[in-house]
Write a new protein. Sequence first.
Lengths: 559, 776
Amino acid sequence: MFADPQFLMSCALFLPVLWGLGLFGFPSRAVSAIRWYGLAGACCELAITVQLAGVALGWIDASPAVNASTTSLRNDILLGMSLPWIPTWNVNYSLGVDGFSLPLILLTSLIFVLSIVASWSIKTHIRGFLFLLLLLETGVMGVFLALDFFLFFVMWEVMLLPMYFLIGLWGGPRREYAAIKFFLYTLAGGVCLLMAMLMVYSASGGSFDLLELARMAQGQVPKSGMDLDQGIALTAAMGDTSLQWRVFVLLLIAFLIKLPAVPLHTWLPDAHVEAPTPVSMILAGILLKLGGYGFLRIAIPICPLGFAEWAWFMVALGVFCVLYGALAALAQSDFKRLVAYSSVSHMGYVLMGLGAFRFQELTGAVLNPDFSTMGLSAATFQMVAHGIVSAGMFFVVGVLYDRVKHRDLRQFGGIASLQPHFSAIAAGIFFAGLGLPGLCGFIGEAFSIFSVWHVDRFFSVGGALGMILTAGYILWALQRVYLGPTYTGPNREYLTEINFREYTVGYILLAFAIGLGVYPATALNVIEPASRQLVQQISGSQERQLSLNRASIESPLDK
Amino acid sequence: MVADSLIIFCLTLAWLLPLAGCVVISVLRLKLSRLSAVPGWIGTGSLLVAFCLSLISAGVWLMTSPAETAALQASNVSDVAAHETGNLLQRRLVGHWYSLAKFGEIDFPLGYAIDALTVLMFVLVTMISLAVHAYSLVYMADEQTESYQDHHLDHSAGETSERPGRFAHFYAALGLFTFAMLGIVLAHGLLQIFVFWELVGFSSYLLIGFYHERRTARLASMKAFLMNRVGDVGFVLGMTILLATCGTLLLYPVHDLNGTTASSVPMALPEAFQAAVEKAVPSQAIHDQANLIPTEQGISYALLVAAGLGLLAGCVGKSAQFPLHPWLADAMEGPTPVSALVHSATMVAAGVYLAARIAPLLLPEALLLLAYVGVVTLLLGASMAIVARDLKLVLAHSTISQLGLMLLGIGVGAWEAAIFHLITHAFFKSLLFLGAGSVIHTTHHEQDLEKLGGLRAHLPLTSLTMLIGVIALSGLAVPYVTIFGESLGFSGFHSKDAIVSGTMAFVLKNPHHILLLISVLLGACLTAAYSLRLWLKLFARDTPVDPALQQVHEGPWLMTWPLVVLAFFAAFCALGGEEGFVSTLVEESLSPAPAWFSDSTGEVVSIQWTNASERHAVHGTAGAMALAAAWLGALIAWALYGLQAISSKDLSHQLTPLVRLASHRWHFDTLYRGFLVLPILNLARHTAWIDRILIDPFIDGCARLSERFSHASQWFDEAMINRFFDNMASSIWASGLSLRKAQTGHIRQYVLLATMAVIVLFLILFAWMPGDRAGP
């Protein structure tokens, strides 16, 4: 049973929320039992996703039923399944795993385990808190696993609600403002997503299947369910450049809000500052990745022609975000706000990598496909790396806040002599954020910079200048918080060395930061085939479109 | 082959051992008491083993060299031809460990490239590092305490002076540094070099900021890292260009262990780059940006120059060259042994090392610029060294100046001379720093040259070894006297000679660059002057200037032995000059001169390059000139500070503006602060301001607007729509009520009403009916 991908995927999807329902069997006073129960659930989920990865990568032999179900799907999907859900609307319950989603799924289950460990510091209504956390995990898993647009959208909205309550109920002093801001921003994105979905649904003759939509958008006739002429007509409708352009713009807005990109980013600092530590870890570590993943799973595959026109803009915006986020971080005096802005800056590299495409003017083929592959892989890797690093940074801030109850950088200093051991861990995590080679932050940054050179030289220059600013704000923050004479600010007496639970979280994150930095091939070997496939698809659809255009120009009389 | 495998094994192990030491120390630190000396011994032990392994591999290398060469020549003729320079054959072991990332055809493997220079650098780095490790066992012993008293803290700023000792921290960082430095030496590709390059910067950050309770140390460590990062941006962009134009970042093609070429060896950078240069189109011809992409049209020449300049920017940052030099003087905030290892002998030399390794990728324009950067730094550093009052600052500025000399050597095409000087400089500069450390340690952290003086009787060994170092640094020798065919001079004399003769040969062929030769001679003069000044200030008289210094004495053997060993090498490592052992090994392993060295292909500048024989021809003259300059400088210093024939105070009064400028370090810090740091911070504030003042209020405004709108629509609902329907309902109700009166129940009344209604309807029908309807 545990080698059956259908079971594993559904289990990964529904286990958290079902487990979370079990929380209500506990009396609300049994705080310790509730915590351990919640942690056990997250650990089970981690085990299942690891097993899923094993099956997907072929380390564990899948049952024979798999091959039958997989062959019907596209070959770059490692595992897949599809069951009818709402047949009237042609909505399916289809899940799948490929090179883009697998690393992010593993990241998700890992970060949830760590954030539940970190939520030991939550003292009030722990049962509801953990339930919302597990519900959120189901939503996130659903987004990463969904191969059906409708399912994707539903899961996208499922995430919204628990997040709203987690910030709004357990947050800091301005939690209501932050929560409503987060909610409205994300909802606006959701509306764009919905519109895009309906446009695609009608143009494709009623399909939500992401793989089929991608095939049609690239000009291939859908496989089944309709006769040939109708299929050709629908394919032509889906392959229409102006339609794809409009759909892409809607998706762009939806995913840029989530990423977040300047100027749609201001929900992020507020949400982070108000959110409790575990929620911040999840928000920065995972929820931001959904924006980047949305591009890889939906926006780019089903609107390759629209993407081709917007790729340059995406890189430009990415460079702008890198610089803007870093500059804004440099000016912050709230430690958590600084880390939040560092997320804006780091996710800019993701956007740079995603758009690292340049097309030949004559044939429309992707110029230097290897560099575009590098860009997509770097973007995905940067998402994973940033998931580790930003969760770590927020954890570090949270540990300090739990003790001294403030986050004012001007009042810190000299923490290192009071918490020497933890300061070393924190420095490691922050240097990973700085992009020190040998730690995970470097790989995504360097390869995004390499890959955008042929889009425009100045993008590489801008991205590289971001390296200086990043070093600037991180070193300055470290200096203001950890270095210097012994801390004399508020609540000094509470500033003890951290406990075993906190060490565990710190060391696990640091271990991943070092592991991924020293041997990034673990993740890149999974990501790279998927990105190469996507580059080929984009290249193919663009070439096809250009040849169609040329044909219509050369022989106008035929029509 | 067994020998090759042995070399690879030994060097890999020697490279990893310091890291292992660092990890073990970091783990043990949690358990050990702060009083324990064990971390120091672990670090020193790991370095001792690493040094022995390096020696073993050097021995194996030297023993097997000729036979290997013959075998290589026999086995693979075409390969040999590609790597032949004159009669020298390059022997190099290159291999992969694993691939960092692979995207289609673009591969980023990690691996090793071992040639004679690598082996030499391994011996050098492990040796100096070992000396520093051993020396620090004594020097840093005061850190083995639970409460370390830091006397350099600024008490007015409210800094408390007590803190736990950080002995283990020091050795962990030192081990990490050694690992990273050896990693640079061992690496076979630019990306790998960059990885360790940054790690070196990181460990240097840790070591400079070792006394981070001091504000100056905190700022210095940050400044060092950031300035290096500025250079590294250039490095990254240089790599980007090379990757885009050549498709690889490997410096050497990979062969398997048998010396034969592997089945499908991708082109390494030098060949790919030469191919790109041959195809390069002049930059004037490029208007269209599309041409920047490698196609049949070729690549812009300017872009290829820029690639070299980018990599050189990295070198300039790491080697503290103009204009990125200010960090090195501040880096003296670290403990003195660290200055000896990191900030004089090895890390800062990494820039020069890299510049020599990538020399085939540098086009004439880049090389010429490098030569001028080097010469400017040479004079700038020397000028600051001559007025510096702080003992360590003199040495720091001297390092900057000497590194400038090395880069000048690379710029004029004398790479082997530059690397030769790098090696000799590493010995005598680490010697000088450790000697300075002895003085500082025994005088309880006194570094002011005006307060020190007359220590010779108390520190005989230190003064003698430092004298050797000073003579080596200033390149002094006894002219026209030879013993056993050796001229009477220490290592610096030979290596500096090599660079000066390289410059001279270059200037003879390109007379309009005469400024280079003049400057290098002036530099030699200044170098001798400031180095002798340093020694004379410290040791000239027999009795200390300051009575408080009566108690000073030599340290224990762990401190003096490193001095003696380093003094031996500072004196004799360059035996034989350019025909000597070290120089030959260096020459053997550097990349052959690229094609454009035979003619002047430069686009902006046209330069005649020199070859080794031309350099050799002017060796005598150049040597004599350099020596004369050095003696002149030495005599001036002696007159000023030894004989005190001229009052140095009077002289500095005469030259007040110049002295003031130099002692303010030419105001570079002020310039950077005013033109870079403050504007960036301002920009940052404004960026945050955009978020706070523009975007957020806009979003909030939108929210408020929609709230207002919903209030308005609520009002509309209640005031308009609801009222309309309410009114309608009530009027219907009222009319219903009034109609109720008609419900009388009388049949006749109903019939009457019905009849009246029918008539009225018919009347209406006829009144509005169009007349012609009746027609058909």
